[in-house]
Design a protein. Structure first.
Length: 281
């Protein structure tokens, strides 16, 4: 008998009640890890415009919203959003939720998504590139674009023959000492690059707060892969289905307030299919 057959035979031999009891105990153990007295958030202490230890990021505002609905105070575990973040925070049971996590990532159990957004092209408002809506536009030929190395738009630049002139910026950094998005927009302001390609939930708020001379255009019309829009969820520990369902309920019932926080911050929000932008109510 091979190992798979032996495992199946062992499961069949277990009385239903005993198996259910084992499952119940497993769920109880994972659920017990979630604090019932605090809304424990895993976050980067220097990741503006998303999160900051001062509480000034829009993910901080989302955390306050959810904590208020649960009638608990927010308690943070701070760690740089780089290699080892999940392992040293959520998986170490030091906190219970990551406020922003891409849908489908295997390191966490995703909640339902609370926003959909896209990468965006950022140019000066008076630029000859202000009408560009795709990375395949001929107007970009010969231009130098800023791009975060390893991000999905880099594949589009390579396909369109623009990667050789592109200026790369680091993807995984300690934001306490390096800020690639701000560096990219500073370079755009200085004329070192002709356009910047950034994740909209980072670029949008930065343009709104610090670079008002720029315009941001979400890249919604790309026809070739990889796709440039993504659904953002909250991340919890695998197996914590009760906690996941509670957060899902909060997302569903507070959609208007969530959108208001994101739009006020300058995040370009899209419909679920990533085909058009959303406006405030």
């Amino acid at each position: 008998m091979n190992r798979l057959a032996a495992l199946l035979a062992a499961l069949v031999a277990v009385p239903a009640g005993s198996l259910q009891g084992t499952v119940d105990r497993a769920f109880a153990q994972t659920s017990d890890l979630v604090s019932t007295s605090e809304f424990r958030v895993c976050a980067d202490p220097a990741n503006l415009p998303l999160s900051h230890e001062s509480g000034s990021g829009y993910e901080n505002r989302l955390a306050e919203l959810f904590a208020g609905k649960l009638e608990r105070p927010v308690a943070y575990t701070w760690f740089p959003m780089a290699t080892g973040f999940v392992r040293n925070t959520l998986r170490a049971n030091r906190c219970d939720v990551i406020m922003g996590y891409a849908q489908g990532h295997e390191l966490v159990l995703n909640t339902n998504h609370y926003m959909t957004s896209a990468y965006a092209l950022i140019v000066p408002k008076d630029s000859t590139l202000s009408d560009v809506k795709t990375l395949s536009d001929a107007a970009l030929k010969g231009k130098r674009l800023g791009i975060v190395a390893g991000s999905p738009p880099a594949s589009h630049l390579a396909r369109n023959g623009m990667i050789a002139k592109a200026k790369p910026y680091n993807l995984f950094v300690d934001r306490r000492v390096e800020s690639p998005a701000v560096d990219m927009l500073d370079d755009l302001r200085a004329g070192t690059i002709d356009a910047a390609v950034l994740w909209g939930p980072i670029g949008g708020p930065l343009v709104k707060s610090d670079f008002p001379e720029f315009q941001l255009t979400p890249l919604l019309q790309e026809e070739n892969p990889p796709r440039l829009f993504f659904r953002i969820t909250m991340g919890v520990r695998p197996g914590e289905k009760v906690w996941q369902r509670k957060l899902n309920s909060l997302i569903r019932r507070n959609r208007t307030e969530i959108n208001a926080i994101l739009l006020d911050a300058g995040v370009p929000l899209l419909d679920d299919m990533g085909t058009q932008t959303l406006k405030g109510d």
